[in-house]
Design a protein around this ligand. Structure first.
Ligand code: BES
Ligand code: MN
Ligand code: ZN
Length: 502
C-alpha cells in the first residue's frame, strides 16, 4: 500500500479531484461533513442518507458511482458516528471500513477526505498516522504457510489523504512515520504467526542479520559456546532440553552521537514454550509459538527504526531458545547460577521467561544504558489481571522510574497501544524466598505477574528499567487468532518522542 498527501486546491475543491474512489464522512443524524457537502451537487449524498441506505454509524459505508459534477469515478460514504467532533474510536473504525471497501473495488487508487482536523484528542499528524496504521492493519494477511496463497487481490493500492494546504507538510511527515511503524508491525506479526518449526532461534538470528544488512545496523549473534563463556547459567538451563541451538542476538542502531547512552530493548525469544518438565496442558499449547513476541517486537521496532532516521542510539538484545522437556532438561528443584552470580532455584520450569531475561538484563549493563525496557509474554497472571486491553507496565517507584513510566504510558495512549502500571514492592519480593538458593523462580499464585517483575528487578539495579508484560496483548486467540504487532506502536512512539527531546 502506497500512501501520499494531497493538498486540496482551494479553487477547484474536492469535486475536481480525479481518483478511482473518493471517501468522505457522513454522520448518524443524516448530517454531512464539509467534504460530503462539496460532493452533494445534485443532492445525491443527501438522498442516500435520507433513504436509509447508509446509517452514518461509525464504520458503515455506501458506494455511489457517477455523481454529477464530481470528477472521482466513485464516492464512498463512510459513517463517522453521531458526534461532529469525531471520537478516536469512530475515526479509526471509519478508516478501517474505508480500507475494507477500497480492497474490493475495481479501482487501483483512492483518496480519503475525512475531517482530519476535527478528531478528538488528535492533531492532523496523529489522525493521519492513525489512519495509515488502521488501513495497513485491515489489509494485513498471513499466508506464508498456506500452499495456496491468497490470490493477489485487486482493489486500491494507492491512497491519498486529502488535507488543507496548511496541514499538508505535517501530514507528509506523519505518513512517512506511520508507514515505517506499519512495516515494523507487519514484521512483528509475521514472526509471531510463523510456527515454531520455522521460526526457530536460528531463524530469528537470520532475520536480525537481514535487517542489519538492509538498514546498516550492527549485529552480533552469539552461539551456545559464547553464551557459556559469558556464564549465562540461567539462560542455558532453559535451552538444555532442546535440540534447537540457542542464540543471543545483539542488534544496534546508531543514529545518535557515539557518546549518547543507548536505549536498550530486551525481548523474550522463547520460540516455543512447552513448559519443560513442568509441562503445560495440551489445550491451546499451540499458542506458545507466540512466546517470542517480545523478541519479534524488538525486531519490528528495529524495522521501523531503519526508516525513521531518529537521532538516537538503540540496542536490541534477544535471548532466544526453546523450552522443551527431555532427558537433558532442567528439573524442578535444580539450582543454577545466573550471569550476575545470583543463584536461582527452579521450582517450576514453566517460569522460563524470567530465566532467560535475567541473564540478558545483566549482559546489557555493559552498554551503560540511558534506559532498559524489556518486553515479554511473561505471565498468564498478567492476562488475568489486565485482560487483553492493556500491556502490564512495571518499574520501580522512584522519581526516575516514575518519569519513565509516564513516558511509556503516554506513548501507548497516543497510539491506542495502551499499558497499565502495576506495582513493584518489597512485600511481593518476599514471595521469591528459597531455602536453597538466593531466590526461587516463582512466587506462588498470588500476584503472579508482579512477582515475575520482582524477579527481573533484582537484575536491573544498575540502570533505569521498565518491564512490559505483553502476555495479554501480543496476540489474539479464537477465530481471529493472530499476532497483533503490539507493542511496536508504543515502543516506536516512545523512541520518536525521545529523539524529539519530548
Ligand atoms: N509464556 C508463559 C506465559 C503465558 C502463558 C503467556 C499463557 C500467555 C498465555 C510463561 O512462560 C509461563 O508459562 N508462565 C507461567 C508462570 C508460572 C509457572 C509461575 C504462567 O503464567 O503460568
Ligand atoms: Mn512458560
Ligand atoms: Zn514462556
Amino acid at each position: 500500500m502506497d500512501f501520499s498527501i494531497k493538498p486540496i486546491e482551494a479553487k477547484t475543491g474536492l469535486a475536481a479531484v480525479k481518483t478511482g474512489c473518493l471517501a468522505v464522512g457522513v454522520f448518524e443524524d443524516k448530517k454531512l461533513t464539509a467534504a460530503a457537502k462539496e460532493l452533494d451537487r445534485k443532492g445525491a449524498v443527501t438522498a442516500a442518507l435520507k433513504s436509509g441506505d447508509i446509517t452514518g454509524k461509525a464504520g458503515s459505508t455506501l458506494l455511489l458511482r457517477g455523481l454529477d459534477g464530481v470528477a472521482a469515478e466513485r464516492v464512498l460514504l463512510v459513517g463517522l458516528g453521531n458526534d461532529a467532533s469525531v471520537s478516536e474510536k469512530n475515526f479509526l473504525s471509519a478508516a478501517q471500513a474505508a480500507a475494507r471497501a477500497f480492497s474490493n473495488l475495481g479501482a487501483s487508487d483512492g483518496a480519503i477526505a475525512f475531517p482530519f482536523e476535527e478528531i478528538k484528542n488528535r492533531d492532523v499528524s496523529s489522525a493521519v498516522r492513525g489512519a495509515v496504521l488502521a488501513i495497513r492493519d485491515a489489509n494485513y494477511r498471513f499466508d506464508q504457510t498456506k500452499s495456496k496463497k491468497d490470490p493477489e487481490k485487486g482493489g486500491v493500492k494507492k491512497v491519498a489523504f486529502l488535507t488543507s494546504a496548511g496541514a499538508a507538510a505535517a501530514a507528509k511527515t506523519a505518513v512517512a512515520q506511520a508507514s515505517a511503524v506499519a512495516n515494523g508491525i507487519a514484521l512483528t506479526k509475521d514472526l509471531g504467526n510463523l510456527p515454531s518449526n520455522i521460526c526457530t532461534p536460528t531463524y530469528l538470528a537470520g532475520v536480525a542479520k537481514k535487517l542489519a544488512k538492509d538498514f546498516k545496523f550492527g549485529v552480533e549473534v552469539l552461539d551456545r559456546k559464547q553464551i557459556e563463556a559469558l556464564k549465562m547459567g540461567s539462560f542455558l538451563s532453559v535451552t538444555k532440553g532442546s535440540d534447537e541451538p540457542p542464540k543471543f542476538i545483539v542488534i544496534k542502531y546508531n543514529g545518535g552521537k557515539p557518546k549518547d547512552a543507548p536505549i536498550v530493548l530486551v525481548g523474550k525469544g522463547i520460540t516455543f514454550d512447552t513448559g519443560g518438565i513442568s509441562i503445560k496442558p495440551s489445550a491451546s499449547m499451540d499458542e506458545m509459538k507466540y512466546d517470542m513476541c517480545g523478541a519479534a517486537s524488538v525486531l519490528g521496532t528495529f524495522r521501523a527504526l531503519g526508516e525513521l532516521g531518529l537521532k538516537l542510539n538503540v540496542v536490541g538484545v534477544i535471548p532466544t531458545c526453546e523450552n522443551m522437556p527431555s532427558g537433558r532438561a532442567s528439573k524442578p528443584g535444580d539450582v543454577v547460577t545466573s550471569m550476575s552470580g545470583q543463584t536461582i532455584e527452579i521450582l517450576n520450569t514453566d517460569a522460563e521467561g524470567r530465566l532467560i531475561l535475567c541473564d540478558a538484563l545483566t549482559y546489557v549493563e555493559r552498554f551503560k544504558p540511558a534506559v532498559v525496557v524489556d518486553i515479554a509474554t511473561l505471565t498468564g497472571a498478567c492476562v488475568t489481571a489486565l485482560g487483553h486491553h492493556n500491556t502490564g507496565l512495571f518499574t520501580r517507584h522512584d522519581e526516575a522510574h516514575d518519569a519513565l513510566a509516564e513516558e511509556l504510558l503516554a506513548a501507548g495512549k497516543a497510539t491506542g497501544d495502551t499499558a497499565w502500571r502495576m506495582p513493584i514492592e518489597d512485600a511481593y519480593q518476599e514471595q521469591l524466598k528459597s531455602n536453597f538458593a538466593d531466590m526461587a523462580n516463582i512466587g506462588g499464585p498470588p500476584g503472579g505477574s508482579i512477582t515475575a517483575a520482582c524477579f527481573l528487578e533484582r537484575y536491573t539495579k544498575k540502570y533505569t528499567w521498565a518491564h512490559l508484560d505483553i502476555a495479554g496483548t501480543a496476540w489474539k486467540s479464537g477465530a481471529a487468532k493472530g499476532a497483533t504487532g503490539r507493542p511496536v506502536p508504543l515502543l516506536t512512539t516512545f523512541l520518536i518522542n525521545r529523539a524529539n527531546g519530548k
